[in-house]
Design a protein around this ligand. Structure first.
Ligand code: NAD
Length: 341
């Protein structure tokens, strides 16, 4: 069976996902696209795909069985609610939504549907290195995880569009999600410290240093540097009771020349996580073909939204800000502590 998919938002990541759905993966066909920039949608549409006038026309089309949302964060809620109302499985790029109230509305709609329909684009969970790291921690041979050091470095971010809040409300969501997932824990509170500002970022609050207090008492420190010039560098190391487990350096050709011995660093997230994005869509296609969703859920999107909100408060208060979650709805499985057992 081939899953017929409609893509909303044909910008940078929308085009990359259309490429993978069209040229890399099987069992799927992009039958429709839409964007507020209709010319961009038309240019991105694969042969034979319809260019819809707006997201609601795409979602309600009987030819579209499942929806991929790659528009800007503030547009996600309306598109998610429309897809859920139509009973269609939906892949939504992070952030799920941009406020707690919106996340609660999406969870309510999904609960009313009675079955999971939403997968959120936290692709790190599908990365083979992160999966091996999680298997070591879950295996328990190093004892309980006590600290996680997470490093998130971008060479640069698009000028103009990227605001001072974005390291905390757009970038941090990846580290928040991977911390919750790796440690099978929830974030109970956040502190933010802003070191000396990089002269490369202009008015941008960059870098930032975030401390996540996990419910178990474990601590996660996150370095976010979004203008570090040399490349896209993601690192992670978990300190446990009897040992340490870390992401490996990615294999890359070792070049020796007059400048020394060195290995290339990925330019951006598309290169570093290319296999992870492929795998997240493989698993999404499988679940969506059965009319449901697996992987990172609306609950996970809600949790990341709360962490981002708390981090923004913490950046201004310069003190600990609590993350207060509702009880986990049954649709999303047992609470983290039980799930880890
Ligand atoms: N998972 C990841 O690693 C990752 C990486 C990059 C971006 N993202 C996320 O993907 C989303 C898109 O990011 P991008 O970098 O492709 O941005 P972009 O600006 O390149 O593209 C977004 C596109 O969505 C369109 N759009 C916006 N609102 C719309 C609406 N209401 N209806 C229809 N089209 C609309 C815009 O016209 C634009 O073409 C964001 O939520 C971003 O955070 C995730």
């Amino acid at each position: 069976m081939t899953l017929r998919v409609g893509v909303i938002g044909t910008g940078m990541i929308g085009q990359d996902h259309i490429r993978r759905l069209t040229e890399v993966l099987s069992g799927v066909e992009v039958v429709g696209v839409t964007d507020i920039d209709q010319a961009r949608a038309a240019a991105a549409a694969p042969g034979g795909a319809e260019v819809f006038a707006n997201p609601s026309a795409l979602i309600s089309s009987s030819n579209v069985q499942a929806v991929v949302i790659c528009s800007w964060g503030p547009a996600h809620e309306e598109q998610l609610l429309a897809a859920i109302a139509a009973g269609k499985p939906v892949f939504c790029e992070k952030p799920l939504v941009t406020s707690e109230a919106a996340a609660l509305r999406v969870m309510e709609a999904e609960a009313a549907h009675g079955r999971r329909l939403v997968q959120v684009g936290f692709m790190r969970r599908f990365d083979a290195d992160y999966r091996r790291l999680k298997a070591v921690i879950d295996g328990g041979r190093l004892g309980a995880p006590l600290m996680f050091h997470s490093v998130h470095r971008n060479a640069s971010v698009p000028g103009g569009l990227y605001t001072s809040d974005m390291p905390l409300n757009d970038t941090l969501v990846h580290d928040a999600d991977i911390s919750r997932w790796l440690l099978s824990d929830e974030v109970a509170g956040v502190e933010v410290r802003v070191p000396r500002r990089s002269s490369r970022g202009g008015e941008l609050r960059d870098p930032v240093f975030v401390l996540l207090h996990m419910a178990s008492g474990a601590l996660v420190d996150v370095e976010i540097s979004v203008n570090i010039a040399y490349g896209y560098d993601i690192r992670g190391e978990v300190s446990c009771e009897t040992g340490v487990a870390a992401l490996p350096n990615r294999p890359a050709t070792v070049i020796s020349d007059a400048n020394g011995i060195r290995q290339a660093i990925p330019e951006d997230w598309r290169e570093r996580f290319i296999e992870a994005y492929d795998q997240e869509f493989r698993e999404w296609i499988l679940a969506a073909s059965h009319g449901t969703a697996t992987g990172p859920s609306t609950w996970d999107g809600y949790a990341a939204t709360l962490v981002a909100d708390a981090a923004l408060r913490a950046a201004f208060s310069n003190s600990f800000e609590a993350v207060k979650m509702i009880a986990k709805p049954g649709l999303y499985g047992p609470p983290a502590a039980l799930a880890a057992e």
